[in-house]
Design a protein around this ligand. Structure first.
Ligand SMILES: CC(C)(COP(=O)(O)OP(=O)(O)OC[C@H]1O[C@@H](n2cnc3c(N)ncnc32)[C@H](O)[C@@H]1OP(=O)(O)O)[C@@H](O)C(=O)NCCC(=O)NCCS
Length: 182
């Protein structure tokens, strides 16, 4: 499957070896890591292993695929989007995303995720896409609401995370509710 997509300002593409330093830089930013599954310091070897795996990853039931977001204007890798097609039901997927802090507040995550939703709903005919986030991660849930995701649940102190119980919102979008890019 072709995993290179151009949007107005971005190129979504598989990770490549040259992404290493910029990827390590944003994974090692405590503000980017705060609500994510990894901790700082994020080891260089973990980044090498991640890129080696993601270079050839595909969208497949049970797999996580993360695509790099390259800014067309300067060729920099500014973040990534993650797609996990569920093994138990391949017409459903989880979504994840991270941007380097210098690129927050400029609409890049929305732009990238719109392209991913086009792929998942219009090309792959998925039924439902799900995203989960910490209730304190306002930038994340605002992003999901901007895109039209529906908040389906507020789970109270449901997850022991980085030393304390945290609460989560669960969001989802159905394929029939997706309004493709024009
Ligand atoms: C979650 C995250 C990707 C959101 O990034 P973001 O920059 O807020 O989201 P976008 O790229 O869509 O940008 C939207 C913002 O840019 C503004 N903006 C500027 N130009 C814009 C444009 N052309 N199009 C859309 N929005 C634009 C919007 O008004 C909005 O700002 P606001 O929230 O103050 O209203 C980012 O905070 C992040 O990487 N966090 C760390 C990792 C993380 O927690 N991931 C989620 C785990 S669940």
């Amino acid at each position: 499957m072709n995993l290179r997509f151009q949007t107005k300002r971005l190129l979504l593409r598989p990770f490549q070896d040259s992404d290493l330093e910029l990827f390590l830089a944003y994974r090692n930013d405590p503000e980017v890591a705060r609500y994510q599954g990894w901790s700082v310091p994020y080891p260089r070897q973990a980044a090498l292993d991640f890129i080696a795996e993601m270079k050839t990853a595909q969208i497949q039931p049970g797999n996580w695929l993360q695509l790099a977001l390259e800014l067309q204007a300067n060729g920099e890798t500014i973040g990534d989007v993650a797609i996990h097609q569920m093994k138990s039901d391949p017409r459903q997927a989880y979504l994840g995303y991270s941007l380097a802090r210098a690129y927050w507040g400029q609409g890049y995550a929305s732009e990238a995720i719109r392209a991913v939703l086009d792929l998942l709903f219009a090309e792959l005919n998925l039924h439902r896409v799900v995203a989960e986030c910490d209730v304190e991660n306002e930038a994340s849930w605002r992003l999901l609401e901007r895109l039209g995701f529906r908040r389906e649940a507020h789970l109270h102190e449901n997850i022991f995370f980085k030393g304390a119980y945290g609460s989560e919102y669960h969001y989802a979008m159905l394929g029939r509710d997706w309004k493709p890019n024009d």
